[in-house]
Design a protein around this ligand. Structure first.
Ligand code: BTN
Length: 266
């Protein structure tokens, strides 16, 4: 019933390193991020990919759980050992969002956009989320795990999220997951190369063009406070610059808050 992930994507790869490492493909895992992090600590190579049909402990941003039922989506993590200082590594989150967006646009012809920092959205609902985690291996080498959860089939997310989440199958006949994975991995490698070379400016124009946050009125919801304003720009560190009601430009950091549109999730 399900296309076999391991067989389907590898021959389609056009990458130099991403997808060509010590890949781990299983039917069921707790979380591809957790499993790949452990492999990374023990020396797995740059570009290693971890995929599964079903996660029993899928994790989302801000400590949330991530629904990952069997065969309904792409539950994928990529290990990167980027050539950049550790303080720049969080920028890879923008590479991942851009990569998924480009892959889905190319293969599905859908007008998906990026909700800052890294949600991929369609028709005001979330199609894909990105969870970036950093760590250090036993030799002190820095690594990044880029986890993406892309809803492909109906049933990828629980019914109570149907006003906020969406799956490809609701709007198109989805391509084989293997094709999407290969396209995503190629785009990820391209975006990473740009950011390694030039920092965020290397992908800023492409990211801005696909952003649905910039220029919109947003609510910024933090643990301590919330405010509304207009999202004007993303600075070199990836922070969102929001003009509040008093005309002050406030810097919003991705790890701390959730940003919503005035009418709902986007
Ligand atoms: C978000 O909250 O938007 C991020 C969701 C990230 C989910 C993916 S699924 C593959 C990888 N493994 C996990 O446990 N989480 C990420």
């Amino acid at each position: 019933m399900h296309d076999l992930l391991s067989a389907a994507w590898q021959p389609l790869l056009t990458t130099r390193a991403v997808g060509r490492g010590d890949n781990c493909v299983e039917h069921t895992l707790t979380s591809t991020n957790t499993v790949l992090k452990e492999l990374a600590r023990n020396g797995a190579r740059h570009g290693s990919v971890c995929l599964c049909e079903c996660q029993t402990g899928g994790r989302g941003r801000l400590g949330r759980a991530w629904s990952s039922p069997e065969g309904r989506g792409i539950w994928c993590s990529v290990l990167l050992r980027p050539e950049m200082p550790a303080e720049r590594a969080p920028l890879i989150t923008f590479c991942a969002a851009l990569a998924v967006t480009r892959a889905v646009r190319r293969l599905c012809g859908l007008e998906v956009r990026i909700k800052w920092p890294n949600d991929v959205v369609l028709d005001g609902r979330k199609l894909c989320g990105v969870l970036l985690e950093m760590g250090f291996d036993v030799h002190g080498g820095m690594f990044v795990i880029v986890g993406t959860g892309l809803n492909v089939r109906r049933g990828a997310y629980p019914p109570e999220l149907s006003d906020r989440a969406i799956a490809l199958e609701e709007v198109c006949a989805p391509p084989e997951r293997g094709e999407l994975i290969a396209a995503y991995l190629s785009e990820l490698e391209l975006a990473l190369t740009e950011v390694e070379k030039s920092g965020l400016p290397g992908i800023a124009e492409a990211y801005r063009e696909l952003s649905c946050t910039l220029g919109s009125e947003v609510q910024v919801i933090g643990t301590e406070e919330r405010f509304t304003g207009v999202a004007e720009e993303i600075d070199q560190s990836g922070a969102l610059l929001v003009r509040d009601a008093d005309g002050e430009l406030r810097r919003v950091l991705a790890g701390d808050v959730s940003v919503r549109g005035m009418m709902g999730y986007v």
